[in-house]
Write a protein that binds this ligand. Sequence first.
Ligand code: GDP
Ligand code: MG
Length: 706
Amino acid sequence: MVHDARRAPRFRLVALIGNPNSGKTTLFNALTGLRQRVGNYPGVTVERKEGRLRMPEGPEATLLDLPGTYSLTPGSPDEQIATDILLGTARHTPPPDIVICVVDASHLERNLFLVSQIIDHRIPTVIALNMVDIAERSGIRIDVRSLARELGVPVIPTVASRSEGIRELIAALSDLRGANAPPNGWRLPAPVERETDELAGILEDVHHIAPAHARHEAMTLLTAESALLDRMDRFSPEVIAHVRRDHAKLDFLGFDRRSVFVESRYAWIKSVCMQSVARNPAAGMSLSDRIDAVVTHRVWGVVIFLALMAIVFQAMFSWAQLPMDMIREGFDWLGARTASAMPPGDLRDLIVHGGIAGVAAVVAFLPQILFLFLFLGLLEDTGYMARAAFIMGRVMSRVGLHGKSFIPLLGSFACAIPGIMATRTIDNPRDRLATMLVAPLMSCSARLPVYALMIAAVIPPLKILGFLSLPGLTMLSMYLLGLVMALLMAWIFKKTLLRGGPPSFIIELPPYTIPSLRSTLMLMWERAWLFLKRAGTIILGASILLWFLASYPKLEGGTPSEKLNHSFVGMAGRFVEPAIRPLGFDWRIGIGLITSLVQREVFVSTMATIYDVGSGESSGAGGLPERLRESKNPATGAGSFTPLTGICIMVYYVLAMQCFSTVAVMRRETNGWKWPLFQVAYMTALAYGVTFIVFRIGTAIAGGGV
Ligand code: GDP
Ligand code: MG
């Protein structure tokens, strides 16, 4: 039978693949028009889009819009699906007969990473060099013919959003016959090449893996221990032993297996770009690029980042002062009015000292929380947050975390609960767990009241160098302590419990934009509401309960201090005092630690209650910070809240878990009690240990006189 090549259905399934935001969906729409169907891939919430692609000759083909991916070394479920389909390992979808790889011409280097992996697999490919309009506008000129020659595949320039190049693309598809020519491939360093080749050969022979895939598999196995561990059950013990020997050999030769493959690939990509890309640097730099040249600079980027953060914390302190004072005065007035309107007795005490005082102590910190989220909202809206993620990504990868971990950790500055929930975007389970374990070390807004109270009580409002305030710097130090400890613990976890390969690290940098006041205000409102809801419910309840525990059993006729001593709360505080004395804490602080196990900010209302109910030593005038400052330990006559005590309390709160809600969320997210309990244990130990050291050093420096 004569086979007519021109008539035969050469391919049925065409897949669009490319980096996220390269224009795949836009191109898909341009290619299929309205002939498309949207569904889900089985078992996951990843969208599946397919449509009909009319070819100039022969029958229609099916066009599949694959999820965006940066590489064929998948991190996320999306990338896994794209990779599985492309490599023909997906059960639900046959391998495509041909792929259109959509490349964002304005980010050619980054996009070529995926291209080079696809070429390695010898999958029949046509490149849609998309967004050439943007590239041209920013001064990037790509020599399409040279690029096609270097890559060994057809390259068709397109502007998908204006349907330009679509006809040429379809023509290139129908012209394509069989696999693409072997490209001017990239080279590994000779010894690495040798081992890779040998291992690929073994994989072909022993496990019958196709040559093109075998090489990819060999590189993956050689890259990281975790890849080997993930594949233990797929390969024979001999092959695994061989891989281990290769690891040892390459390590001995001094190759960093984690980076050598990626770096060699990028070296090749760079040389391809040198051949094919001309830049017009003057016209080329958009405003965003010019800003980014500074803002994402290795040194200046970090300096700018730290400076911005310093400004945020400074401003939170000075600007928030006035509204905080007003709120405090408002509640004082309310308390006084209530007291004078009601007959004296337990109910009045309960409402004034338990209810109003407790809520006031927390609500007074609302201005600072609003300011924090004003800044976070503005940073997010301007596009700076992505730069911050990029800058921190370098640090993150140094401690073995993904750049994506930065956002959940940053979110944890507000509250660990949304932070932990945001780790769902991290796909490697070990990276995700490491991020969740350290997220509560970031100073959340619930710590703010504690820091603010302690700073107001014991840190004098001195200026350093004339413009930095000591309270502001103290606050910043607490945030930094949490951050540094989080990174340190992540590093330790990734080295021990959660060993695994290095995370890939690519972050989109959106162009800078003028922030929208509306969305920032909405964010502030949302956070304020969340905070108030907690203040209004749990903390009010805790405050009332605490008032009760601090007032009963009643001691008739004693001094207020004796009465407190006699109460349930006093008993509990004295019970834990021996354990916390090495940290410089007395039993009243112990009471605060106990009551704030549920929520950290309860410490503040506890102190308010304790020092309202129990302290006859203070003159009665002034706010809570003044009372703490003036309070004396009845036994020794020394001040209960020295600057060192205040700092130790803050350090303890930076590191201790003290949050039931976080434990509950961890249990839900990890599906068990193991990790949340581990987290509580390690954080408590860390808090105790570090606070102990700080107290020792502080005592030694001050000779006991602080
Ligand atoms: P996907 O994530 O790869 O599916 O990317 P989309 O198709 O969603 O495109 C991302 C954005 O780029 C959309 O706003 C498109 O309108 C835009 N876009 C796509 N192709 C082009 C192009 O060739 N030129 C320009 N200027 N914009 C494009
Ligand atoms: Mg899309």
